[in-house]
Design a protein around this ligand. Structure first.
Ligand code: CTP
Ligand code: CA
Length: 225
């Protein structure tokens, strides 16, 4: 752990963390995916367990072994991730959506491998929108006082985009990362600002993903019902 805690301040609490990146299948051999490693979500799960929480980790395509002392649910697609998160969130005190959820999925799944055909140009893939899980669980809380945390990877005006997203999603906290080449994806370290719905802004200096995870839990604990 990046930092010890004096008291197990999440003891008696159930927290749900989603981690990794969803994959949306096109045919039996292909999918649309993203570059999320899942490391930040795993750090959140490990630190919550170390602080005494019962942890449900909803994992999508990370390839990492299950952390000790954590209940892990393995999923593939955004639709599966939504189902697992909604189920686990029913009795959760806090939900942290660290997973990169595909915004779109192919409108159809080809049962057989899509083949090249002589004289036919490349096929057009039609996409449809996936459900917005964070917006849904924030608008329709499974429990009064449940604390909900989102993540956002932004470019350009990172803070303004983050404020906007926090409002749109309706969550309590939003961890905003600046992304670009060689930043965040797959790295062991992270740098972020945590925005809160009550106007707060907590900068987290460049450091291990455990340190950011502990800062998230430090901000969640006083907000718990
Ligand atoms: N998220 C979600 N369901 C989706 C997409 C995103 O729950 N279908 C969650 C992510 O887990 C993350 C937060 O929403 O915690 C922000 O994701 P992001 O992709 O930044 O937000 P979007 O609303 O999809 O905005 P953008 O158009 O910038 O991708
Ligand atoms: Ca998105």
């Amino acid at each position: 752990l990046a930092r010890g805690v004096e008291a197990p301040d999440l003891a008696g609490r159930h927290v749900v963390v989603s981690a990794g990146g969803t994959r949306e299948p096109l045919d039996p051999v292909r999918y649309l995916g993203n570059r999320s490693s899942g490391k930040q979500g795993y750090a959140l799960a490990r630190t919550a367990a170390a602080r005494g929480a019962r942890v449900t980790l909803v994992e999508a395509n990370t390839g990492m072994p299950d952390p000790a002392g954590v209940d892990v649910v393995h999923v593939g697609t955004a639709v599966q991730l939504r189902e697992a998160v909604l189920k686990a969130a029913a009795d959760a005190d806090a939900v942290v959506m660290a997973a990169a959820v595909a915004d779109f999925r192919p409108a159809t799944y080809a049962e057989g491998k899509i083949k090249k055909k002589d004289g036919v140009e490349a096929p057009v893939v039609t996409l449809v929108r996936n459900p917005d899980i964070l917006a849904e669980i924030s608008a329709d809380r499974a429990r009064p006082g449940q604390v909900i945390v989102g993540f956002a990877a932004e470019t350009d005006d990172v803070l303004a985009n983050g404020r906007d997203k926090l409002r749109r999603k309706g969550c309590d906290l939003l961890v905003v990362n600046e992304v670009g080449e060689n930043r965040t994806f797959g790295a062991e370290v992270n740098e972020a600002v945590v925005l809160s719905a009550d106007g707060g802004e907590t900068p987290v200096p460049h450091g291990p993903k455990e340190a950011l995870a502990d800062t998230v839990w430090d901000l969640v604990v006083p907000r718990l019902a």
